[in-house]
Write a protein that binds this ligand. Structure first.
Ligand SMILES: Cc1cc2nc3c(=O)[nH]c(=O)nc-3n(C[C@H](O)[C@H](O)[C@H](O)COP(=O)(O)O)c2cc1C
Length: 163
């Protein structure tokens, strides 16, 4: 196979993009699209999300010490596009879109109810890697569309039509 040097940026692809929802101390709810998201520990279960410090959500996550990772299917495409192209700095985009929210059970942040899987996380560490601050989140609760959860509790990820 012939090889050629390629672009370094975001060279791990495809990566499933998610919506991260959060809430500031003053009760401001928000969500943004995040491509920098991955599992980072099996035991205890932990995930990591990379947020650029200039994002409005960055301050909210710093303040609250928690966030929710919402997996996104094709049915959520309009929400995904809106959250990734608008900033809370210019107004309450969740309200403007009419996003359906549900209270977190374990963390003080909203879940995006129309997304098939919602992962509640508490920030246990963070690393500024360069352009992004990687927030390490301990998984506190996982909610999944009941139709996707098997007898063993495992999520049937193959049935999710990821964006
Ligand atoms: C496909 C896609 C991937 C993105 N990935 C990230 C990311 O990994 N980290 C990040 O901080 N912003 C990312 N963004 C940008 C934010 O979602 C976007 O700037 C958003 O409007 C920020 O909202 P906020 O200012 O209300 O927090 C991405 C946007 C898109 C469309």
């Amino acid at each position: 196979m012939e090889k050629k040097q390629a672009a370094f940026r975001s060279c791990l692809q495809p990566a499933s993009k998610v919506l991260v929802s959060c809430r500031g101390k003053g009760g401001e709810d928000n969500a943004l699209v995040v491509a920098y998201c991955c599992n980072c520990s099996f035991d205890p279960p932990m995930v990591m999300v990379g947020i650029v410090p200039s994002r409005y959500s960055h301050r909210l996550i710093k303040e609250s010490g928690c966030f929710v990772v919402n997996l996104v299917s094709g049915d959520n495409k309009a929400l995904f596009d809106y959250m990734g192209s608008h900033s809370r700095r210019d107004g309450d985009k969740l309200k403007a879109f009419g996003a359906k929210l549900r209270e977190g059970e374990k963390v003080d942040a909203p879940l995006l109810d129309d997304c098939p899987v919602n992962i509640e996380c508490t920030v246990v560490d963070s690393i500024v890697t360069g352009s992004h601050e990687m927030f390490v989140g301990k998984v506190e609760q996982v909610h999944a569309d009941a139709r996707l959860v098997g007898e063993d509790g495992k999520i049937d990820f193959k049935s999710i039509d990821f964006v």
